[in-house]
Design a protein around this ligand. Structure first.
Ligand SMILES: CC(C)(COP(=O)(O)OP(=O)(O)OC[C@H]1O[C@@H](n2cnc3c(N)ncnc32)[C@H](O)[C@@H]1OP(=O)(O)O)[C@@H](O)C(=O)NCCC(=O)NCCS
Length: 210
């Protein structure tokens, strides 16, 4: 029997996670939870949306031990971080999820709760923390370090040895020069070209990003 898991969130990113889980065929999705009451009782890709994340303790009692955060981000990543921590507190654990069509060097480390989407590339020496999203078609080149809860959005290119600190969001299609540090909780706008370090909590955009 496959291990059972619960998905937190029932929006667009949850569909990406469910699709990826189906492609790996390693896990059974027992339920999806979402804080929006209008969704309760409905289905997402054929899986019932049972209720809010307040059901996590009940889910644990039913014997489900694994979860995956299915909420994405368009700037701040705090919602994803809170959900991840809430599920850990409820006693559940997460797992790394790699789409079979992602390209990943065997010389990488991927923390639990992290997602590598279709077409994403992780090159040699990359270290990913927990609850990280490397979204569709993003390139993370050699020796990058990506800390917990970071979202690298679709089509981003990180050159070698970039360090993205906890909870930062790097927007769709952004390019980041080698050896750059993107500080904790910073947001890089879609399409930006980052050539200088980004301070913690800053929002930068444009070419060059400022
Ligand atoms: C940078 C960003 C966070 C700014 O969001 P915001 O504060 O809501 O910005 P607004 O939409 O109010 O725009 C404010 C101004 O910045 C400009 N702007 C917004 N995003 C920009 C970007 N990525 N690059 C250049 N300019 C941008 C707007 O044109 C607007 O300019 P104006 O004042 O001259 O009209 C956001 O636009 C962004 O790029 N987010 C990343 C999205 C993403 O990665 N999605 C992935 C989902 S998987």
């Amino acid at each position: 029997m496959k291990p059972r898991c619960v998905i937190l969130g029932a929006g667009g990113h949850a569909k990406v996670v469910l699709d990826c889980l189906e492609a790996t065929q390693k896990m059974e999705v027992a339920a999806v939870l979402d804080s929006n009451p209008k969704l309760w009782g409905q289905e997402i890709l054929g899986i019932p949306i049972r209720g809010s994340d307040d059901l996590l303790t009940e889910i644990f009692r039913e014997g489900i031990r694994l979860f995956f955060v299915g909420v994405g981000s368009i700037r701040e990543t705090t919602v994803r971080q809170k959900l991840y921590e809430k599920a850990l507190t409820a006693g559940l654990d997460s797992f790394a999820l790699l789409h079979p069509k992602a390209i990943c060097s065997p010389r990488t480390q991927i923390g639990k709760g992290s997602l590598l989407c279709a077409g994403a590339v992780l090159n040699v020496g990359v270290v990913l923390g927990q609850n990280v999203i490397i979204n569709t078609g993003a390139i993370v080149d050699h020796d990058c370090r990506i800390d917990n809860h970071v979202h690298i959005a679709p089509g981003v290119t990180l050159s070698g040895s970039v360090w993205v600190q906890t909870g930062a969001h790097v927007g769709t299609g952004a390019s980041v020069r080698q050896n750059i540090i993107i500080g904790k909780g910073a947001v890089v706008g879609a399409g930006a070209v980052v050539v200088k370090n980004v301070p913690a909590g800053a929002v930068v955009k444009g070419i060059p990003a400022r």
